[in-house]
Design a protein around this ligand. Structure first.
Ligand code: FNR
Length: 345
């Protein structure tokens, strides 16, 4: 699983204090067609969009990070307040710990308390879903009155962490069972190794409402786990071998775009990256690590960070002649480098 109580604090601290990004997501290989004559008023550009029926203030999505330890409550409170202020969609971290230990629920319920109108996504691992079924899914959704449920896939992490789950059998069937009659939309999300066209077909076939690509090139869970191996040198070496593993976010996006609602996460590092993702067919651009550091600092720091990303997005829209998110989806892109090579195969 992504986390149980003390692991959560380890993860937050490791992600803030060490280099946990590996490889390239491919955004530097994507250039947007510049509109030298945009014929728009920068201030009049509309960032609003819709996703799974919800009205969002912008396509910046706060990807799942935390909750499940009392010390994470404040981070989730800040993320939620900013989600409410900017009407952003937001995911919480894995709720496994709170499902096992209800006294930890407050670190999640704070999110709905602070963001009564936000589009919130509950979070559970595919392995937990398989082992506990729809009852846990239902409780995770109820805990935060979620608008959608993210089921995360993280087998790279499971295989490289000391306490990992090594049996992935039965997860697809569990997902299909859940989607069959669950009243809340289910989003399948990777966590840094990406989704191929073939995997996407399996996911749509199982009945998911959306996919969060969680591609490679941003936070690497192999890198995070390398920091947590204790004295186990063999496990550390294993993690290091897999630092660059996975489908880069941009390649994954090109494989999956157009097949259904998509969130592009993994190495999205600016408002321009969000614009690139949308031009390539994503509905939302998700960010985790870039929001974690300011969220650990203060609400003010987080708000300034989000404001800066949204301003970059607005300028990118202006310079591509996109008055709205719908226009941005039509912008022509140039794809170069490794990304182009991978897509040509
Ligand atoms: C995560 N991520 C994550 N995902 C998930 O589904 N459940 C979880 O509990 C967590 N926990 C978590 C903690 C921390 C500290 C980070 C940084 C990330 C994964 C996250 O949602 C995202 O998919 C990846 O981090 C890739 O995005 P970035 O970080 O490259 O923007």
């Amino acid at each position: 699983d992504m986390q149980t109580p003390s692991r959560k604090l380890d993860h937050l601290q490791i992600c803030c204090n060490t280099q946990v990004e590996a490889g390239r997501a491919g955004f530097e290989d994507v250039r947007l067609a510049h509109a030298a004559l945009p014929e728009l008023d920068l201030e009049g550009i509309r960032l609003q969009t819709r996703f799974l029926g919800a009205e969002l203030g912008s396509p910046l999505f706060i990807a799942a990070m935390t909750g499940g330890h009392p010390a994470t409550t404040e981070v989730n409170r800040r993320l939620a307040r900013v989600a409410e202020e900017f009407r952003l969609g937001m995911g919480v971290g894995s709720q496994r710990a709170a499902l096992e230990h209800p006294e930890l629920e407050e670190s999640f319920t704070v999110v709905r308390d602070e963001a009564p109108h936000a589009f919130l996504c509950a979070n559970l691992g595919a392995v937990q879903l398989r082992d506990h079924g729809a009852e846990w899914a239902e409780r995770a959704v109820e805990m935060i009155e979620a608008d959608a449920l993210c089921i995360h896939l993280n087998f790279l992490q499971e295989a490289t962490q000391p306490e990992g789950d090594h049996d992935a059998r039965g997860c697809l069937a569990a997902i299909a069972d859940l989607c069959r009659d669950f009243r809340t939309p289910v989003i399948l999300k990777e966590t840094g190794a990406g989704i191929t066209a073939e995997t996407a077909r399996l996911i749509w076939g199982a009945g998911a409402a959306a996919i969060d690509l969680g591609g490679a090139g941003g936070t690497s869970w192999a890198a995070v786990e390398v920091e947590r191996t204790g004295g186990d040198e063999a496990l550390k070496a294993l993690g290091q071998r897999f630092l660059g593993w996975g489908i880069p976010t941009v390649v994954s996006l090109c494989e999956v775009a157009g097949s259904g609602p998509v969130i592009a996460t993994g190495g999205v590092r600016s408002g321009i990256d969000i614009a690139r993702a949308l031009a390539l067919g994503a509905d939302l651009g998700g960010m985790a690590l870039p929001l974690l550091k300011p969220a650990m600092e203060s609400e003010d720091a987080l708000e300034q960070t989000v404001r800066a990303f949204l301003r970059e997005l607005r300028v990118a829209m202006f310079l591509t002649g996109s008055g709205s998110v719908r226009d941005l989806a039509q912008v022509r892109t140039y794809i170069t480098g490794t990304t182009r090579q991978m897509l040509c195969e």
